[in-house]
Every structure is written in C-alpha cells, then in structure tokens.
Design a protein around this ligand. Sequence first.
Ligand code: NAD
Ligand code: DAU
Length: 355
Amino acid sequence: MDKKNSPKNILITGGAGFIGSHVVRLFVAEYGDYQIFNLDALTYAGNLENLKDIEQAPNYSFVKGDITDAYFVNDLFSQINFDGIIHLAAESHVDRSISDPLSFVRTNVLGTVNLLNASLQLAKDNTDFLFYHISTDEVFGSLGREGFFNESTAYDPNSPYSASKASSDHFVRAYGETYGLPYIISNCSNNYGPNQFPEKLIPLFINNIIKNKPLPVYGDGNYTRDWLYVKDHAEAIDLVFHKGRKGETYNIGGFNEWRNIELTRLLCQLMDKKLGRKEGTSEKLITFVKDRPGHDLRYAIDASKINKELGWKPSVTFEEGLEMTIDWYFENQEWLDHVTSGDYLEYYIKQYQTQ
Ligand code: NAD
Ligand code: DAU
C-alpha cells in the first residue's frame, strides 16, 4: 500500500485510564481516517468500561500489553507502522509512589524508554513520526504562594511519582538530542472529570460523601492545586499533537487555583444540594489527617505559550466542570462500586486510615 494514502496509525498508550480514555474517544470521533490503537495493561487504574461507547468503532483497536515488556513492545512495533505515539500509560498516583516507588520506576521510566527504543526505527522510516509524551506539572516541584510554572522552570521533583515522570521527560528529550527522535512533551496540572479513579481528591471525596465516609484532608488543607477539566486537556493534547512544534514543551493548566480545604467545602455544598441533604451535612465528614510526606505546597501553570501559539484555553468553567463531574459519578455508581472492589479496597484501608 502506498504509505502516503494509508491511514495514519496512531498509538495511544494508557487509553483505558482516566485521561487516556478521553483522548482515545476524541481521536476516534474526530479522525475517522486514522486507525487508533489503544495499548494498555489494564492495571487497577485501567478499565475498558471507560470506552464501551466506542469499542465497535471501525477505526479503533485495543491491544492489551505491558510497556515494561521490551519484547512485547518491539514485537508490536514490528507489526504496525505507527505514525505517531501519544504516551499516557503511567503509574499516576503520588500516594502509591510513596509506598511502592519501584513500580513507578518500572512503568514510568523503563516503560517509556522501551517505547522510545522501539520508536527509533519508525522515526528513521518516516520523517513525520512524532513521539508525544504526556507529563505533569509536578516535575517542577513546589511553588511558594506566588508565581507560576512556565516552560523554562527548572525541574525539581519531590515525590517518587514526580521523580519518575521527570526522569521519563529527560529520557524523551535525550532521545531527541542524541538520536534525533522527533518529540513533544506537555506538562499539565491536576485534571478532574468523568472516569477518574476514586483515589484522587475529587472523585474520592464525591464517593465518600455519597457513602457518608470521612473526607481525609491531608495536613492543614492549605495545599493548592490548579484544576483543569479532563476534556479540555484532551483538546489541548489534540492541538499539540497536530500543531505543536517538534522539540518543544508546552505547559497546560486551568488558571484555576483552589486550596484543598476550600475545594472540599465547595464539593460538600454541591453534594448536599445534589443529595437533598441539609446544608452543612457533608462538611461534618471533613477529617484532618496526617500530611502526605514531601507534600508540594502549590502548583500553578502559566499556560500562555500554548494559548499564544496554538490558541488553546480551557472551555469549561470550574462550576460547570464540577457539576458535570458530580452528575457523572451519580449516574455511574455501578462503575464506582466496581472499581473500588477487590484489591483497591484493601489498599485504601491500609493507606488512608484516618488518625
Ligand atoms: P491513570 O492512572 O488513570 O491511567 C493510567 C493508565 O495506564 C491505565 O489505564 C493503566 O492501565 C495504564 N498502565 C499503567 N501501567 C501500564 C503498563 N505498564 N503498560 C501499559 N499500560 C499501563 O492515569 P491518568 O491520570 O489518566 O494519567 C495519564 C497520564 O497523564 C500519566 O502519564 C500522568 O502522569 C499524566 N498526567 C496526569 C494528570 C492527572 O491529573 N491525572 C495530570 C498531568 C499529567
Ligand atoms: O499536578 C498534576 C498531578 O495531579 C498528576 O501528575 C497526578 O497524576 C495526579 O494524581 C495529581 O497529583 P496530586 O497529588 O496533586 O493529586 P491528588 O488528587 O492525589 O491530590 C490533590 C491534593 O489533595 C493534594 O494536595 C493532596 C490532597 N489530598 C489528596 C487525597 C487523595 C488530600 O488532602 N486528601 C486525599 O485523600
């Protein structure tokens, strides 16, 4: 087949996870002429229920596999000529990285390097090839009360998770410098929305409020995060993949900072309304617990580069996004019960027992 006329084969790793599932859905819907391959190991965080609505789409295929397995990755890359890779597969939860750092080294560092190695041949044969690495603002470490992370902020990771992501970013850049691999990296702030595993702050607290369980706020709750609706992140990824400049990095954020305790109170108010509970009922569930070791005080992204170069900005306000998120978790309690059964429950009990 003439390569020029063949459809674009795009590999999305981690497509059964939270952000990956939104990226896969967007690409399958928007690019009917591409073949979208979703490579995922289906760890506790990956769930094909997240993609039920598109599983029969003619331009979508699922491949179950582990990116830490170099033989598997090389074999897959020898069978399919990928024109581009959007790499999201990762261990993503900071608290888990504190209790099990090696899993983060394996997946986030070794897994990324396996994909980079396998990509080198594809990039030799195809000048349009792109390795797009999805990373986090946590690689920059912690801000004080003032200032923002921009693309030239020095890396200063504090958790095993962010150290593993920083390492994978460095490897991607190093493969660009050393072997000429065409790449782009984007570093995004905290995402929220449908399909997020209920170990992260927003879905954990929604789930706990529904079930009348304590809301474990770490430390004094004055830690600050910059929240972005996941579909806005997926749109940004689409733009960067198609229009971003190779060899560049882009910061993506919500211009939407909240202290954890304020966000928790807002969630409690919205949930009281939703559940028809008396105002103030859910706030009684707030429980201050032992702080996360190495807890970063504040993240905030200066997203002016992606805004100026690619015209991206968040389209969903926090009020709209939270409303849609809460509605989704209400309508998908079976999903919640399913993903929080089994091993996860055991983990949760060990990790988050309140003081
Ligand atoms: P997630 O934990 O919800 O999903 C990760 C996915 O990767 C899962 O489907 C899992 O099965 C898969 N996976 C894990 N190990 C694998 C392996 N060895 N081989 C193949 N697949 C494997 O993560 P997420 O929150 O959707 O994050 C996706 C990416 O975006 C990550 O790289 C993360 O670092 C980055 N990121 C996340 C956020 C956020 O707020 N969640 C913000 C910025 C960047
Ligand atoms: O900034 C981007 C990062 O955001 C991503 O790279 C990570 O993959 C993602 O998990 C997220 O990391 P955080 O550590 O910021 O997210 P988390 O939801 O775990 O915590 C948000 C804040 O809430 C943080 O300050 C810790 C606090 N927290 C979290 C939990 C789970 C609590 O106070 N109580 C909790 O139970």
